[in-house]
Design a protein around this ligand. Structure first.
Ligand code: HEM
Length: 462
C-alpha cells in the first residue's frame, strides 16, 4: 500500500471529529517540524508564514522550538484580541524572565495584569507625551547632524542613537549628558549579554543555571542597570527633577487602594519598556526612511505637507498631519517589526472549528493579516494613501498587538516616528543607495532591513 502524504496522515492522526458539524479536537494542520523550515522561519518569518497560510489555510500550526497555532484571519484575530482577561495565562519561560525580570507585566495574567497595566499605561500616552516632542526633535538633530555632504549614512546607526536617547530621557528620566552616558554603557552591556549566541542558545534550550558563564556575565550587566534605575527612582522621589519622564510619573502613581507599585515591579517594567521600545523604534525608522526615498513621489507629498510649518514647527502640529500619519501607519503595516503576538491559553478556546485546550500557544500574525488582499489590495506595495481612504479596525491592523497586552508604547512610538521623520526630512536631502528589493535579516531578535538602509547625504534642505 502506498504511504499517504505525510502532512495529511499527520493531521488525520491528530484529529478526532467530535460532532458531525464543525468542532474539531486537536491542532489545525501545519508543516511538520523540520530543521530547514525552522531556519527559513527564523530568517524570513514574513514570507514563511504567508507561505504556510497559503498552503494550510489561514489557521495552522507551526512547529519550531515550540508548537503554536497561528492565524492572520481578521475574524479570528478579533477573537484573540478581544478575549476576556482570564482567557490567557502568563508565559513562564526562564529565558525571557532572566532578561525582563519576575515582577513586570510580561509575567502577569488575568486581573493582576489589568491592575498593573492600568497604573502604567496612561503614563506612556496623552498629555505627558506632548511635552516630549521638543526633546525627541533635539535627539534626532544630534544623531543626524555632523555628516558631511556626500557621506554615506547607514540609517540604523543614527536611528539607534535617537531611539536610545529618547527612551533614556523620556522613560528613564536621564536628564543630564553624564547620566545618559552611564545608562548607555549599562544598556550596551545588558543588550550584548542577552544578544550573545551562547546566551540565546542556552535560553532556547531552557537552561536555568545562574552560574553558566553567559548567564553570569549577563547577571552582572543587569545588576548595573538595576542600580542606575534604583538611583533614578530615588531621585524621582526626592527632587522630582525629571518631571516629564514616565519613570517619574509611575513612581508617583497609586493603585486604587492608595498603595504604590513596588520598586521591583517598576524596575522590571522599565527594563521591559527599554527592550520592547528600542529596537522596534530603530527598525521602524529605518523602514520609514527607506520607503520614502524608494518612492520619491510620496517623499514629495510629505515635504509639501511639512513645508508650511517649517523645520522648527511645534512638534504637536507635526503629530496632527494626515499624510505623515499615513506614512507612519503604512511603514508599520508593510514590515511589522513584531510578526506575531503570542498568548497561552489558560481556559479552553474554540478558534475557528478547533477546540483548543488550556496550555495551547496561539498567535495572531500581523505578517499575514497586513497582506490580506481584501483589506490591503496590492499589499506588497508602499501606498500610504490607503490609510487616508479607509479606517482599519484593531483586528485589521496589528503592529502594536491588541487587547489586554497591547503595546503601551504605541502612541509614544508613532509620535516619535513622526517627529524624527519630520525633523530629518525638513533639514536634509538624501539619495537612497540601496538598489533592488531590500532583504531582511534578524537582529536583536527582530527583523530589520539587511543593509541598515544606506543613504547618501546630498546636503541641507533649503
Ligand atoms: C514602532 C515601535 C514599536 C512597535 C512596533 C511595538 C510593538 C509591540 C508589540 C506587537 C507588542 C506585543 C503586544 C501584544 O502582545 O499584544 C509590544 C509590547 C510591548 N511594548 Fe511595544 N512596540 C513599539 C514601541 C514601544 C515603545 C517605544 C515602548 C516603551 C517606551 C514599548 C513598550 C512595550 C511594552 C512594555 C510591551 C509589553 C507589554 C506587556 O506585555 O504588558 N513599545 N510592543
Amino acid at each position: 500500500m502506498r504511504p499517504r502524504k505525510r502532512a495529511e496522515s499527520h493531521v488525520h492522526a491528530k484529529l478526532s471529529i467530535v460532532t458531525a458539524t464543525t468542532i474539531v479536537r486537536g491542532l489545525p494542520p501545519g508543516p511538520p517540524f523540520q530543521l530547514l523550515q525552522m531556519v527559513r522561519y527564523l530568517r524570513d518569518p514574513y514570507v514563511t508564514l504567508r507561505g504556510f497560510a497559503r498552503r494550510y489555510g489561514n489557521l495552522f500550526t507551526v512547529r519550531t522550538a515550540r508548537v503554536c497555532v497561528m492565524t492572520g484571519r481578521p475574524d479570528l484575530v478579533k477573537q484573540i484580541i478581544t478575549a476576556p482577561v482570564d482567557q490567557y495565562g502568563a508565559i513562564h519561560e526562564p529565558g525571557p524572565a532572566r532578561v525582563l525580570g519576575l515582577y513586570g507585566t510580561t509575567r502577569m495574567a488575568g486581573r493582576p495584569l489589568r491592575r498593573d497595566r492600568r497604573l502604567l499605561v496612561p503614563h506612556f500616552q496623552g498629555e505627558a507625551l506632548n511635552a516630549l516632542g521638543g526633546m525627541i526633535r533635539e535627539a534626532a538633530i544630534e544623531a543626524f547632524e555632523g555628516f558631511e555632504p556626500g557621506a554615506t549614512i547607514v540609517v540604523r546607526e543614527p536611528a539607534i542613537a535617537v531611539a536610545l536617547d529618547v527612551i533614556l530621557r523620556a522613560v528613564f528620566g536621564a536628564d543630564t549628558p553624564q547620566r545618559r552616558q552611564e545608562f548607555r554603557t549599562a544598556v550596551r552591556a545588558f543588550s550584548k549579554g542577552f544578544g550573545s549566541p551562547a546566551f540565546l542558545l542556552l535560553a532556547a534550550m531552557k537552561f536555568d543555571n545562574d552560574n553558566l558563564p553567559p548567564f553570569r556575565r549577563f547577571g552582572v550587566a543587569r545588576r548595573r542597570l538595576e542600580e542606575l534605575l534604583q538611583d533614578a527612582m530615588q531621585r524621582a522621589r526626592t527632587d522630582g527633577v525629571d518631571s516629564h519622564s514616565v519613570l517619574r510619573r509611575v513612581v508617583a502613581a497609586r493603585y486604587d487602594d492608595g498603595t504604590p507599585m513596588t520598586d521591583g515591579a517598576i524596575r522590571d517594567n522599565m527594563i521591559t519598556a527599554l527592550i520592547a521600545g528600542h529596537e522596534t523604534s530603530v527598525v521602524s525608522l529605518c523602514w520609514g526612511l527607506y520607503w520614502l526615498h524608494r518612492e520619491p513621489r510620496y517623499l514629495q507629498t510629505l515635504l509639501d505637507e511639512l513645508a508650511p510649518l517649517g523645520p522648527d514647527a511645534d512638534p504637536m502640529a507635526w503629530g496632527r498631519l494626515p499624510f505623515l500619519d499615513a506614512v507612519v501607519k503604512e511603514t508599520l503595516r508593510l514590515w511589522p517589526v513584531v510578526t506575531d503576538i503570542n498568548r497561552v491559553l489558560a481556559q479552553p478556546m474554540q478558534l475557528g472549528e478547533y477546540e483548543l485546550p488550556p496550555g495551547t500557544n496561539i498567535a495572531a500574525s500581523s505578517a499575514i493579516l497586513h497582506y490580506d488582499p481584501d483589506l490591503y489590495p496590492d499589499g506588497e506595495t508602499f501606498r500610504p494613501e490607503r490609510f487616508l481612504e479607509r479606517r482599519f479596525g484593531p483586528h485589521e491592523y496589528l503592529p502594536f498587538g491588541g487587547g489586554e497586552r497591547m503595546c503601551p508604547g504605541s502612541h509614544f512610538s508613532v509620535y516619535e516616528l513622526k517627529i524624527v521623520l519630520a525633523t530629518v526630512l525638513t533639514r536634509w536631502r538624501y539619495t537612497l543607495l540601496d538598489e533592488g528589493t531590500m532583504k531582511v535579516k534578524r537582529m536583536g531578535g527582530m527583523m530589520t532591513p539587511a543593509t541598515g538602509v544606506r543613504l547618501r547625504l546630498d546636503g541641507p534642505r533649503r
